[in-house]
Write a protein that binds this ligand. Structure first.
Ligand code: AHR
Length: 324
């Protein structure tokens, strides 16, 4: 009998410690962990690797239970992952959409299941804005503008036409669309620049190198500037430029986006002229948003991360401070 009473008492204490059963997401750190389904774009770049590490570190136990899925840069994989998160009834879905469009149906399924969606890094185009709660990431149009502004500034005293080639990010992705838009806005207004070739390098080094080789074949030595939508493609292109017997950073000036360590090393070596920062380290901010969303607290519709612009002359001093 004494044994039975003790057992009941223990069960009561355990029940009290585990909260009410609906206590997840109250932000107190008590109760059930918040289960988050996170669908990542892939592992295509140094930036992405840093972003994944930041998200995994922030969405860690005991507060969070993370279900992580790598889409290998394919929208169909992401849609499958989202559907499986819905079936598992996670508390919150967070994802970085590979492309901008084609999300209406699956997001409507999440909404019908009562699962809030947080967009990370990349935006979506949907007719119904209530299909996601909030977005955290960068202003890609501004990043493109910053690349254009750097180029205009660096071209002071030069007369046109200045021939530019552009390595775009993945076709249909928000950063590719927005960075191109921001860059063109600035260089078109200046009037001296002519974008002579523009093609996707899918945000990878290998593709960046391959497409740059094709640019060099068709344009010969008539390329003055390379604008790459990310550092990885620029680093691949630098190899192609060197193999063609040209000096990257001198014969062809290069500006790219992200600010990864590899870009700072290339700038230090004089092979890259400038990188526009795109900060992937928003894991902690994302965790706070998720806490708030899970607890039904109001959140801003859009949270932007802070970013800078770095040029080759700052590379040696900045390199030791880089966190990704
Ligand atoms: O969406 C952010 C972009 O995606 C980064 O600039 C790029 O490196 C990544 O692959």
């Amino acid at each position: 009998m004494r044994k039975f009473v003790m057992m009941c008492a223990t069960l009561l204490v355990l029940a009290a410690c585990s909260g009410s059963g609906t206590g997840n997401g109250d932000g107190s750190g008590e109760g059930k962990p918040i289960t988050v389904g996170f669908s990542q774009v892939g592992a295509e770049s140094e930036w992405r690797t840093a972003n994944t590490a930041s998200v995994k570190a922030a969405l860690a136990p005991p507060e969070f239970r993370l279900k992580f899925s790598d889409a290998q840069q394919k929208q169909e994989n992401q849609i499958k992952a989202l559907r499986s998160f819905i079936a598992q009834r996670v508390d919150v879905i967070a994802f970085s959409p590979v492309v901008e469009s084609g999300w209406e149906t699956v997001l409507r399924e999440a909404k019908a299941a009562g699962i809030p969606v947080v967009l990370t890094d990349r935006a979506v185009k949907v007719s119904d804005d209530s299909l996601y709660v909030t977005f955290i990431g960068s202003d890609f149009v501004e990043e493109g503008r910053n690349a254009g502004r750097w180029l205009v500034e660096d071209s002071q005293g030069k007369s046109g036409p200045i021939r530019v080639v552009e390595l775009q990010g993945s076709v249909g992705s928000a950063p590719a669309i927005d960075r191109m838009k921001g860059f063109r806005e600035i260089v078109d207004a200046d009037g001296r620049f002519r974008v002579v070739r523009s093609q996707s390098g899918d945000f990878t080094r290998a593709k960046g190198k391959e497409v740059m080789e094709a640019f060099l074949k068709s344009e010969g030595r008539n390329i003055d500037v390379l604008f790459a939508h990310n550092d990885d493609m620029a680093i691949g292109a630098i190899q192609a430029i060197e193999e063609a017997g040209l000096k990257p950073g001198q014969d062809i000036r290069i500006v790219s986006i992200d600010g990864v360590r590899g870009a700072f090393e290339a700038m230090k070596a004089g092979k890259l002229n400038a990188t526009i920062e795109c900060n992937p380290l928003f894991g902690e901010q994302l965790a706070q948003l998720i806490r708030d969303v899970a607890a039904n607290r109001p959140v801003p519709r859009r949270v932007e991360v802070e970013e800078g612009v770095f040029t080759a002359d700052q590379a040696a001093a900045e390199l030791p401070n880089r966190k990704y």
